[in-house]
Ligand binder design. Structure first.
Ligand code: PLP
Length: 454
């Protein structure tokens, strides 16, 4: 195999570094590792300018569901492009937005009848926070202004979303700019006591939430959680009993429940939506990432008729939700989402994923015995491996050693795109991956782990 970043790639990398500032990146790192220019994508495969091919084992930051350049989504977009590329959604409407709102209302958990569009995940979080707060204002409960979040949660990078998140690496620098929130201990099973079940631990942590709500419900608008998997928080997972109990607590204390399914929605956790595994409906459901199959930025906040009606009045009463984004409900993005939902209807996606998930579990099983693997955990199509320096005491390596980069580099050499989160390597592939391709992914992961602990 030819070395990475030979001439054809380097030309693009050099032009890139003259003007581009990349997301979530210390740009100085690119002195050593130039960005990999991708010429095309096809199915699970990405190809660079030298003809090297990589399996996109992280679904391009968790957005891609059915592979790159999917023929059906492509065709739908081509047709939409020739008809209507964009139109203002205030005072006007269009078929893709109407159809998508109808279908989302139908497939999401019961009671979520109202759909508000935005154009990325963080914006959806801002919408849900503002709507919840504003609902209580409109209902004459202006003292309900605070939000309860979970330790280790992540909800995006805009200031409101950052404020309700708890990943220090992203948040601490901006702390002076952020609204204060109340933080409940996480039900994350990693923290359970030896011999304790994930469920028992989740219920124990629910007691902390109960105490927080008993003390603060009167001043709290909503609790916001990522159902089942805290993805950006190192793929930590928890038992659905927490969500079932949390729904009851929120009802009892008259506090909204916001479910951020931006990462876990659309089948990642095994069910279409993670909330289904707890048998609950939130008051607000935030969707993005996989919503368009990974094609275009779009997000949606689903909520109840009860919330909607609190805003519905004569204009002069000034109760309307006067929030907008220029590209709200973009027809191309909505059409990509509709084509994605068609694929869920036409194919037994969740059943196929169950098979793939079992295959992932089999391939990962030997890793659990590794002296530097503290845990292999899985929720549907998300599988994560937590790496430690000391297995008995669960101590991580010094983060300054940046060992995760070794996994990234090693996997690229072996034709796989992996991008560990701190000490956690994970696989979250597009649903069109084959068992053979999964074998290549886990071979790269295993080799990467050896490089990590070396
Ligand atoms: C990615 C993500 C967001 C933010 O979405 P963006 O489109 O990146 O702004 C919010 N919440 C969760 C759980 C996410 O994974």
């Amino acid at each position: 195999m030819k070395p990475l970043n030979d001439a054809g790639n380097l030309a693009w990398a050099q032009r890139d570094l003259r003007h581009l500032w990349h997301p979530c990146t210390q740009m100085k790192d690119h002195e050593r590792f130039p960005p990999v220019p991708v010429r095309r994508g096809q199915g699970v495969w990405l190809e660079d300018f030298e003809g090297h091919r990589f399996i996109d084992a992280i679904s391009s930051w968790w957005v891609n569901l059915f592979g790159h350049a999917h023929p059906q989504i492509n065709a739908a977009l081509r047709e939409q492009m020739e008809t209507l590329e964009h139109v203002i959604l205030a005072g006007f409407t269009h078929a893709p937005a109407v159809e998508l709102a109808e279908r989302l209302a139908r497939i999401t958990p019961a009671g979520l009848n109202r759909c508000f569009f935005a154009d990325n995940g963080s914006s959806a979080i801002e919408v849900a926070l503002k709507m919840s707060f504003h609902y209580w204002q409109n209902r004459g409960q202006g003292q309900k202004t605070r939000f309860i979040t979970l330790e280790n949660s992540y909800h995006g990078e805009t200031l409101g979303a950052l404020a309700v998140g708890n990943v220090e690496l992203y948040k601490d620098t901006y702390a002076p700019l952020l609204m204060p929130t109340l933080t409940a201990p996480s039900p994350d099973s990693w923290h359970r006591a030896e011999g304790e079940s994930a469920e028992a631990f989740a219920l124990r942590r629910l007691e902390d939430m109960r105490a927080l709500l008993e003390a603060h419900a009167h001043e709290t608008a909503a609790v916001i959680v990522e159902p089942l998997v805290q993805c950006a928080g190192n793929m930590r997972m928890y038992h659905p009993a927490y969500l079932t109990g949390l729904r009851q607590l929120c009802d009892r204390h008259e506090v909204h429940l916001i479910a951020d399914e931006i990462a876990v929605g659309f089948g990642r956790t095994g069910s279409l939506f993670a909330c289904e595994q707890a048998g609950i409906s939130p008051d607000f459901l935030c969707l993005s990432k996989g919503l368009t199959g990974g094609y275009l930025p779009l997000s949606a906040v689903l909520t109840t008729d009860m919330v909607y009606e609190a805003f519905y009045d004569d204009y002069t009463r000034l109760t309307a939700f006067l929030h907008s984004h220029s590209y709200t409900g973009n027809p191309l993005a909505c059409r990509a989402a509709l084509a994605t939902l068609d694929l869920f209807e036409q194919q037994p996606v969740l059943e196929t994923n169950r098979e793939l998930a079992r295959h992932m579990a089999r391939l990962a099983a030997p890793l659990a015995e590794h002296p530097h693997v503290a845990e292999v955990r899985q929720q549907g199509m998300i599988l994560a491996v937590e790496l430690v320096a000391d297995k008995a005491r669960r101590l991580h390596h010094d983060w300054r050693e940046r060992r995760g980069l070794r996994i990234h580099r090693k996997a690229l050499e072996m034709g796989v795109l992996l991008r560990p989160l701190g000490p956690v390597a994970y696989v979250m592939p597009p649903y069109v991956i084959t068992p053979e391709e999964l074998e290549q992914v886990f071979a790269a992961l295993t080799a990467g782990i050896e490089a990590y602990v070396e």
